[in-house]
Design a protein. Structure first.
Length: 226
């Protein structure tokens, strides 16, 4: 189900499930900044999903706890097939082979979600997803950084076809991007995804081209925190 922010229901949790800190080489968000922007965007939860590390998530959780913002410990894992979002994990995922990564997420009691499967800028899971649908919990059906809207639409259709959960996230690398993709749900995140009861809330992507350019520049010229 998809809706706009104007339809906001206060009975639902509102989480941005894909946010990077400066522990990702291409991102500039400081953990100290996240709680304030989350409150401003009326979010009560954020998943920190840095590339191949949970250091930023652990740091953010420690800081944001006093502000009442729930921080999901996550990671965007670079597998041999493409990117996989891991939520509710305790340790950085070290494996890189897709099936081994899924096993490691499960061993930690985590949640596994395919990230932006139809983006042309990254590797695709298209041939793999149907064969592993019983080992994943969901698909990211809205990613705030994807410029071509059909990519998100295709991801949404694939989740419907496979009858698995849906998530949304901004894929924020800079503060102004946070909240451009939101997952709404009642109860726990885990059960909402598994029971396919999430609501996908979309935001403006007008600043996406500029954000992508900034990320590329940051990656090229270095990031001391990555």
């Amino acid at each position: 189900m998809r809706e706009n922010q104007s339809d906001h229901d206060k009975q639902h949790n509102r989480y941005d499930l894909h946010v990077h800190t400066h522990y990702s080489q291409c991102a500039a968000i400081k953990p100290e900044e996240i709680a304030k922007i989350a409150i401003k965007k009326k979010l009560n939860g954020i998943a920190i999903t840095d590339h191949d590390t949970i250091k930023g998530a652990l740091r953010t959780k420690k800081i944001a706890r006093k502000n009442g913002i729930n921080i999901v410990i996550g990671e965007e894992v670079s597998t041999d097939k493409g990117h996989l979002l891991a939520y509710d994990i305790q340790e950085t995922i070290r494996k890189r082979e897709l099936l081994e990564v899924l096993d490691e997420i499960r061993s930690q009691g985590g949640i596994a979600v395919i990230a932006h499967p139809f983006t042309s800028l990254r590797k695709k899971f298209l041939q793999e997803i149907p064969t592993i649908k019983n080992r994943i919990d969901g698909i990211e059906t809205f990613n705030g950084r994807i410029i071509m809207p059909q990519a998100n639409a295709k991801a949404n259709a694939l989740a419907d076809k496979l009858k698995i959960g849906k998530t949304a996230g901004s894929d924020a690398h800079f503060l102004f991007e946070i909240g451009t993709g939101v997952t709404k749900f009642k109860g726990t995140l885990r059960e909402a995804i598994k029971q396919r009861k999430t609501i996908i809330e979309t935001g403006s992507q007008l600043a996406t081209p500029a954000a992508l350019a900034l990320s590329l520049a940051r990656k090229m010229f270095g990031n001391k925190h990555a």
